[in-house]
Design a protein around this ligand. Sequence first.
Ligand SMILES: Cc1ncc(COP(=O)(O)O)c(C=O)c1O
Length: 345
Amino acid sequence: MNDWRVPGFTSTGSKRPDALFGPTPEAGFDPPAQMTRASGCRVWDQSGREYVDYIMALGAVALGYGHPAVNRAATAAINAGVVGPLPPVSEQELADALAARIPWLERVRFLKTGAEAVAAAVRLARVATGREEVLGCGYHGWLDWCQGATDGVPAGIRALFAELPFNDVATSRQMIRDRGRAHRLAAVVIEPVVVVEPTREWLEMLRAETTRAGAVLIFDEIKTAFRLAIGGAVERYGVRPAPDLVVLGKALANGFPRRCVRALASGGHAAAARAASAPECAFGTSDWRRRHCRDVFSALCDGGIVPASGAGRGAAGAVVQKNRVQLRLARARRRDGGQNARNPR
Ligand SMILES: Cc1ncc(COP(=O)(O)O)c(C=O)c1O
């Protein structure tokens, strides 16, 4: 395609010039290959040509490029020192601000990229359920767990993942039931909008069937959060009980690398109102699962199985403290009267 020293340049295929303008652009149109700057809704190429950008970094930049308030906040954070030995106060402030806007939020884990954050949610689900298989629908980043038949992904990893068809109620239900019956399904991860909107029937079926299968329902709201609504698809489509985990991203930091995994309240059938007024973490509807998963979420995050990778705690902070996690999980199980994570119902 080109002889650049950095083949393909940007991180995702969809941001390459061929993806934007087609492999053979119209006669007379000389498409830009690289940009020099961006501001508001405009970008400029190397020869100084100006374009209106309808893509907006694939939805990452909801407020426009170089938004002054966001840049001021980023500059202040840089001036305050980017990393340090302790978690930054601003992390807690941001979590509180998010919880104020999205009332069912209980706990938050910040990470840098969407792929990382969705992988973290899947790892949480695998530990919480003691199972390994995952069904996914949509794009969840480039990491191995969701790649299916991509070269370089080991067969053992591929075997743990299958694609769920978007908006196809009958097939999706059957796939969840088959794996649920065999106690193999850890999680169903969906991108709630893939080109078209999801049907209410499909969303309701996913919530009901994952609960029934003892699996964790994860909404990948990397593209939809803060865009469909502040609370993303969960808010817009009134998904209740809420998904067990939601991954928010892109627009959260207006293009700066910042994503998060959230444990959401779902509160069982007794409804949104309770969840909205009394946030709590809930992975499903049984009290045991809710309590157990809350402990797992804390233990994993505290223990480094889902490492922090935000400003102030970089990769060096991702210390895996397995013993501590196991100890905490064991305590959680004892508190739950001898039930264990492999038999969540
Ligand atoms: C729905 C969804 N999930 C995950 C990702 C991966 O995010 P990142 O590119 O930040 O790793 C993307 C990226 O476009 C996405 O659209």
